[in-house]
Design a protein around this ligand. Structure first.
Ligand SMILES: *[C@@H]1O[C@H](CO)[C@@H](O)[C@H](O)[C@H]1NC(C)=O
Ligand SMILES: *[C@@H]1O[C@H](CO)[C@@H](O)[C@H](O)[C@H]1NC(C)=O
Ligand SMILES: *[C@@H]1O[C@H](CO)[C@@H](O)[C@H](O)[C@H]1NC(C)=O
Ligand SMILES: *[C@@H]1O[C@H](CO)[C@@H](O)[C@H](O)[C@H]1NC(C)=O
Ligand SMILES: *[C@@H]1O[C@H](CO)[C@@H](O)[C@H](O)[C@H]1NC(C)=O
Ligand SMILES: *[C@@H]1O[C@H](CO)[C@@H](O)[C@H](O)[C@H]1NC(C)=O
Ligand SMILES: *[C@@H]1O[C@H](CO)[C@@H](O)[C@H](O)[C@H]1NC(C)=O
Ligand SMILES: *[C@@H]1O[C@H](CO)[C@@H](O)[C@H](O)[C@H]1NC(C)=O
Ligand SMILES: *[C@@H]1O[C@H](CO)[C@@H](O)[C@H](O)[C@H]1NC(C)=O
Ligand SMILES: *[C@@H]1O[C@H](CO)[C@@H](O)[C@H](O)[C@H]1NC(C)=O
Ligand SMILES: *[C@@H]1O[C@H](CO)[C@@H](O)[C@H](O)[C@H]1NC(C)=O
Ligand SMILES: *[C@@H]1O[C@H](CO)[C@@H](O)[C@H](O)[C@H]1NC(C)=O
Length: 453
């Protein structure tokens, strides 16, 4: 812990994309009350905001997108073993990723760094930042995923390892920084924020020790396994919902997401802070050295299981939703459709538009936002932290002014994104009280906000 030689950390050279909105008023939302996105911003992001480009990739919600063609097809599961040793340069920035899962197994948002002493990757959360998210580019539709990792620590700091689907089925491990011997597990079905399904597994200090956390997800049941020992089992047949006649069981293709995020912001609600273990101390020793809170990931392995029997299969490249009225596993097919966009102006309507000519500008219609990239490299050394902070501050915008509802990574967003109760992801189920005074659980997500301003 404190004795680690962080001087050997090397902060990766990061490409950060700054997304600027010409006007906040241009933001178009999508969710169950507002409805679907318009055709010129057809994709509904994980955070309930309409757009094209990155909005149409990982986490694009088909239910509130313009139609079923808007979201890009989802790269199919492939067995993989990733050892995050000197690996950061192979993790692609989420805002420059165009959907090529052959080229990149992982994408990130926020700041990540190699930690050479432990042959590991750090997900970092510098002072006043929104943390970081690491997402698989491929989706898993039943399978086993295991992560060898250490959580972060201290009150208000949340680490998550989850599976998250485009229709917001979710399977979670959540680590709350003020109780390091307790790992919370949870699941959600189609974004229904019922937080009562949480359950705990105890283990030895998750910040000091590596553990292997596993999610073994089958069609009829799912196990949370810590260090080889089953800590919790959920049977599908126990999730039957008699009012809808369906099983409230996670069942759609989902990405693997790992994240660190600030549950305990001073702007978080009372319930969120309570769940997250209090307010974050932004002057804690980690903020001095190495310069950020951090979670440590050594490896993540994925074993794919067969899709449900009866799945419509016409190819072997991608999953896609094919029934606009049914977002259970019955509405998912396997196709040979491309998962790759030609440019960040494209969507599932015209995935290859940008390929031939970058001036195929539908950009006026796709968004008023401009994407600009800037690359900055910062050096290692424990005191390189100040640069890290600067970098992060620039990319994450105003986390303090955002309406942090307990979402996870409200990254790069300003007021717009965080607010939506629509999104959730990565992380945890935190609680909030909405305008009506009702308590809602916001599934905390490990996602990043695609929703900018
Ligand atoms: C969705 O809308 C686009 C643009 O209007 C259209 O080209 C496409 O055929 C539609 N797809 C479906 C499945 O309706
Ligand atoms: C880390 O990876 C980079 C680029 O992949 C390579 O140039 C460098 O030699 C590697 N460093 C170590 C210590 O293996
Ligand atoms: C993943 O596989 C690698 C290579 O076989 C192995 O070294 C590592 O321990 C595995 N990690 C997990 C979390 O299972
Ligand atoms: C951590 O959480 C577990 C489960 O709720 C509880 O039994 C334990 O007392 C907690 N430990 C601390 C230090 O709060
Ligand atoms: C939440 O789930 C529990 C257990 O499945 C159920 O009894 C309860 O009615 C649900 N709450 C809401 C608000 O749907
Ligand atoms: C899990 O542990 C947390 C933290 O200790 C505690 O607040 C919560 O009530 C526990 N949940 C269950 C279902 O026991
Ligand atoms: C649910 O499934 C489990 C495992 O398949 C089985 O043991 C159990 O009997 C089933 N329960 C019900 C109520 O069908
Ligand atoms: C059944 O599903 C409905 C619609 O999603 C939901 O509102 C309700 O809370 C669910 N019931 C239980 C017991 O979880
Ligand atoms: C935050 O951490 C610093 C350094 O350990 C400590 O001096 C300070 O008292 C802490 N602040 C709070 C509010 O706990
Ligand atoms: C899907 O693409 C693969 C690889 O290009 C090809 O071998 C296969 O025949 C295609 N399947 C269908 C149904 O078109
Ligand atoms: C979706 O389709 C499955 C299989 O046909 C069915 O059991 C389920 O009730 C359907 N759900 C909805 C919401 O139509
Ligand atoms: C839908 O989005 C609007 C605008 O952000 C928000 O006010 C509303 O609460 C959201 N509704 C739901 C159900 O999330």
């Amino acid at each position: 812990m404190i004795g680690l030689k962080f001087s050997l950390l090397s902060i990766v050279s990061l490409l950060t994309v700054v997304i600027e909105a010409s006007s906040d008023d241009d933001t178009v939302y999508c969710n169950s009350t507002i409805g679907a996105c318009p055709d010129d911003k057809p994709c509904c992001s994980q955070y309930g905001v309409c757009g094209s480009g990155v909005y149409c990739l990982g986490g694009c919600n088909p239910r509130y997108s313009y139609n079923l063609s808007a979201c890009m097809p989802m790269p199919i599961c492939k067995d993989s073993q990733t050892v995050f040793n000197n690996y950061s340069s192979q993790v692609k920035n989420q805002y420059t990723y165009l959907g090529d899962a052959e080229a990149n197994d992982w994408i990130y948002e926020g700041t990540i760094a190699d930690y050479d002493d432990e042959n590991a990757l750090l997900l970092t959360m510098p002072q006043y930042s929104d943390g970081a998210v690491l997402s698989s580019t491929r989706y898993m539709w039943y399978g086993k995923v295991s992560a060898r990792m250490k959580s972060s620590h201290l009150g208000g700091v949340v680490t998550a390892f989850i599976m998250f689907s485009s229709v917001q089925d979710e399977i979670d491990y959540e680590f709350i920084g003020d109780n390091l011997t307790n790992v919370q597990t949870n699941y959600y079905f189609e974004g229904d924020l019922n937080w009562t399904h949480s359950s705990n597994i105890s283990t030895s200090d998750t910040f000091d020790n590596y553990h292997v956390y596993e999610i073994d997800w089958k069609e009829d049941h799912l196990d949370w396994i810590v260090d080889g020992k089953i800590g919790r089992t959920l049977y599908k047949n126990h999730t039957y919902n008699s009012s809808t006649g369906q099983y409230d069981y996670p069942q759609t293709p989902a990405r693997v997401q790992l994240s660190i995020w600030p549950g305990g912001l001073n702007t978080s609600s009372y319930w969120t802070k309570l769940w997250a273990g209090g307010e974050i101390n932004w002057t804690a020793p980690d903020i001095e050295d190495p310069g950020y809170y951090y979670a440590t990931v050594q490896s993540v392995n994925i074993t794919c299981y067969d899709p449900p029997s009866g799945t419509k299969q016409n190819g072997s490249r991608a999953y896609r939703y094919v029934n606009s009225k049914n977002f259970t596993q019955a509405g998912v097919a396997i196709t040979n459709d491309t998962t790759v966009m030609g440019s960040l102006d494209d969507s599932g309507f015209n995935p290859e538009n940008g390929k031939s000519s970058s001036s195929s500008s539908s950009s006026s219609s796709t968004s008023s936002r401009s994407f600009t990239t800037q690359s900055r490299a910062s050096k290692s050394s424990s005191k390189g932290s100040s640069e890290t902070s600067a970098q992060s501050g620039q990319t994450t915008g105003t986390s303090s002014s955002s309406q942090q509802t307990g979402f996870v990574q409200n990254m790069k967003s300003t007021s717009a994104s965080a607010g939506g109760s629509s999104s959730s992801s990565g992380g945890a189920g935190s609680l909030d009280i909405n305008a009506n005074g009702l308590m809602h659980a916001f599934v905390v997500i490990a996602g990043a906000v695609l929703a900018l301003v």
